[in-house]
Unconditional design. Structure first.
Length: 246
C-alpha cells in the first residue's frame, strides 16, 4: 500500500478508501506532516518512564467503532502517551478513562476501560475519531496540519454517512473542524456566523447530523471539575435520544 507523503497524496488516497478497514490502513500509513511525523516518532523513541518497556505505536491513529455508527465522537488529536502509544484513539490515558467510563454507563461500550488495542473493548452505535490523526506537540496542531489531515476525517464521515445521526464535538477545535465537513461531505454551506462552541451547545441543520458540543475530556477539565461524569452522562443521553439509540 502506498504511503501518503504530501497533502495531495492524502486527498487522493482518502478518496480511494472503499471502506473503514481500507481507510484505517491508509491513515496509519500517512507521513504528510513533517513536524508531526518527527514528534510522534520522537515520543515513541524516548517514551515516558512508566512505559519504557513498551513498544509505542508512533503512527497516525485511525478511528475506532462500527461502520454502522449512529453517533460519532470527534476529538482533537491522539495523546502522545495514549493513542500514540497504544495505537487506538483515547486508549491508555486519563482522558480515555473518563470517556469510556461514560460510554459504558451510556450502554455504548462493552467495558468501562480502554487500556490497550487488544483489551476486548467494543463500541455499539458509536465511532470515535479525531480531527488530526497524529499526536501534536502541546496538543496544538497548526492550521496547515489540521487542513492536511481533514480529508481523512471527511472520508470517514462519508463512509458512515448512511447511519450517522449525531456528532459530539469534544472541545472547540473539534467543533470548528466539523463545519468544513458540511461542505465536503454533505454539499452544504456551513452556517454563518458559525455557532459558538460551548458545553451543551446544539446545532441542527437540514439533512445533516445534529451537532452537540461537549467540553473535552482532558485532564485539565476533568481534574478541575469543569467537566464532571454527570455532565458527560447528560451529553451522551442527549446524543442517544437524538440518534434514536436505545
Ligand atoms: S496529522 Fe494527518 S495528515 Fe498529518 S501526518 Fe498525521 S495522519 Fe497524515
Amino acid at each position: 500500500m502506498a504511503e501518503s507523503r504530501t497533502p495531495d497524496q492524502v486527498v487522493a488516497r482518502a478518496a480511494r478508501a472503499t471502506d473503514l478497514a481500507d481507510l484505517d490502513a491508509a491513515v496509519s500509513d500517512c507521513f504528510a506532516c513533517p513536524r508531526l511525523v518527527r514528534w510522534r516518532e520522537e515520543v515513541a523513541r524516548t517514551r515516558r518512564a512508566a512505559f519504557r518497556d513498551q513498544e509505542y505505536w508512533g503512527r497516525p491513529v485511525p478511528g475506532f467503532g462500527p461502520a454502522d455508527a449512529r453517533i460519532a465522537i470527534l476529538g482533537l488529536a491522539p495523546a502522545a502517551h495514549g493513542g500514540n502509544r497504544t495505537g487506538r484513539i483515547f486508549t491508555g490515558d486519563r482522558s480515555g478513562d473518563v470517556l469510556f467510563a461514560a460510554l459504558h454507563r451510556a450502554g455504548l461500550a462493552n467495558q468501562p476501560t480502554s487500556v490497550a488495542a487488544d483489551d476486548g473493548l467494543t463500541l455499539r452505535d458509536t465511532r470515535i475519531f479525531s480531527a488530526v490523526r497524529c499526536a501534536p506537540p502541546d496538543n496544538k496542531p497548526t492550521p496547515d496540519e489540521r487542513d492536511t489531515c481533514a480529508p481523512w476525517l471527511h472520508r470517514e464521515v462519508t463512509l458512515i454517512r448512511p447511519t450517522l445521526r449525531v456528532v459530539v464535538a469534544l472541545g472547540a477545535f473539534a467543533w470548528a473542524a466539523w463545519w468544513p465537513v458540511l461542505r465536503q461531505v454533505y454539499g452544504q454551506r456551513p452556517p454563518s456566523p458559525r455557532p459558538v462552541f460551548g458545553h451543551g451547545a446544539h446545532w441542527s441543520g437540514a439533512a445533516v447530523p445534529e451537532l452537540l458540543g461537549c467540553y473535552h475530556v482532558s485532564q485539565q477539565n476533568t481534574f478541575t471539575g469543569r467537566l464532571t461524569p454527570g455532565m458527560l452522562d447528560d451529553v451522551f443521553g442527549r446524543a442517544k435520544q437524538l440518534a434514536e439509540v436505545d
